[in-house]
Design a protein around this ligand. Structure first.
Ligand SMILES: Nc1nc2c(ncn2[C@@H]2O[C@H](COP(=O)(O)OP(=O)(O)OP(=O)(O)O)[C@@H](O)[C@H]2O)c(=O)[nH]1
Ligand SMILES: [Mg+2]
Ligand SMILES: [Zn+2]
Length: 299
């Protein structure tokens, strides 16, 4: 048996890199019984069944460091949340949900604002809002390569050892184009935005790992149009708004939802201009949506 990494999965076929070679694999039936579905990003042990055609079988999935449902990737080390200035216009509610999800997975996210060429002012404005909070934000133009090296420099971290770095965001923001720019060749298929909008379809339909150097992989993922974070409880959302953390302790009530309560540290911080009203408004929306779902859950 030898170690490998799942770099792509199409229905029941897994593409695996092992000792710098690629193998086409199936998974043993036992995984289904044990409720494990091998996933892109998984480290696996494979048994080679045909050297000539590079066919192998997955025998074992190594314990995961983490598992992200959206994008569906195992062992993520970094998340790059991508938005664009236009086409599609920035969806900050979706961005905030992704940031929450990254905090929940205990992964350091960075924010990329792509398509700088289409609205430079808006790019700067969003960059300011999120860098003031403490996030790393990079403005890019995937077509000219502007900012791309910066993205790579911000995420590469020797201390993490092997890295699996996923790009996520709405369809059309430029995730595949950014990976192409990083690799300096067209490895992913980047889409025509106009035809896509008409059909409302994703250009990228499968999640794939692309190696930029030994042990460092970027993950292209299909764009989404909704992003739910139902595994997170409404009461915990405030902890994942990183700029709220210092003020939560000033709330009078433990378990304060920062909405109707008096003597609330978060509301005071907003009045004093320390927390942005727009981030707070999105917090309220996310909190209330989760709360509603919790109350209407069918057991
Ligand atoms: N003007 C401009 N267009 C860009 C930029 N980056 C990407 N595009 C275009 O935006 C469109 C969508 O890019 P993709 O890379 O396919 O977007 P994606 O996020 O991978 O989309 P999905 O795979 O559907 O999730 C393509 O037509 C790209 O050429 C940019 O910086 N500026
Ligand atoms: Mg794509
Ligand atoms: Zn409060």
């Amino acid at each position: 048996m030898q170690r490998g990494l799942i770099i792509r999965n199409i229905t029941n076929t897994y593409y695996i890199e092992s000792n710098n070679k690629n193998y086409e694999c199936t998974a043993r039936g036992k995984f289904k019984q044990n409720d494990i579905t091998p996933t892109v990003g998984d480290n696996v042990e494979i048994e080679i069944i045909d050297k000539e055609t590079s066919k192998a079988v997955i025998e074992k999935v190594v314990d995961r460091r983490n598992f992200s449902r959206r994008p569906k990737v195992a062992n993520l080390t970094n998340l790059i949340c991508v938005i664009s200035t236009k086409l599609p216009k920035p969806d900050l509610l979706m961005l905030d949900k992704q940031l929450i999800f990254a905090e929940y997975l205990n992964i350091k996210p960075i924010i990329v604002i792509n398509k700088d060429d289409l609205d430079k002012n808006l790019a700067q404005q969003i960059k300011k809002e999120y860098s003031d909070i403490g996030y790393d934000v990079v403005i890019t133009n995937a077509l000219t390569g502007e900012g791309i090296q910066d993205v790579v420099n911000k995420v590469l971290n020797k201390q993490l050892g092997n890295q699996i770095i996923a790009l996520s965001g709405n369809s059309g923001v430029g995730k595949s184009s950014i990976i192409n720019a990083i690799l300096n060749e067209n490895v992913t298929i980047a889409g025509e935005i106009s035809s896509k909008n008409k059909k409302g379809k994703n250009t990228t339909t499968i999640t794939s790992l692309y190696k930029i150097q030994d042990g460092i992989y970027f993950v292209d993922t299909p764009g989404f149009s909704t992003f739910d974070i139902d595994e997170i409880e409404s009461i915990d959302v405030d902890k994942y708004f990183i700029e709220f953390r210092d003020y939560i302790k000033e709330c009078q009530y433990q378990g304060c939802s920062h909405i109707k309560e008096e003597k609330c540290g978060i509301k005071r911080a907003i009045d004093e201009g320390r927390i942005s009203q727009s981030r707070y408004n999105r917090y309220v929306k996310i909190y209330e949506d989760l709360k509603y779902k919790e109350e209407h859950k069918k057991w």
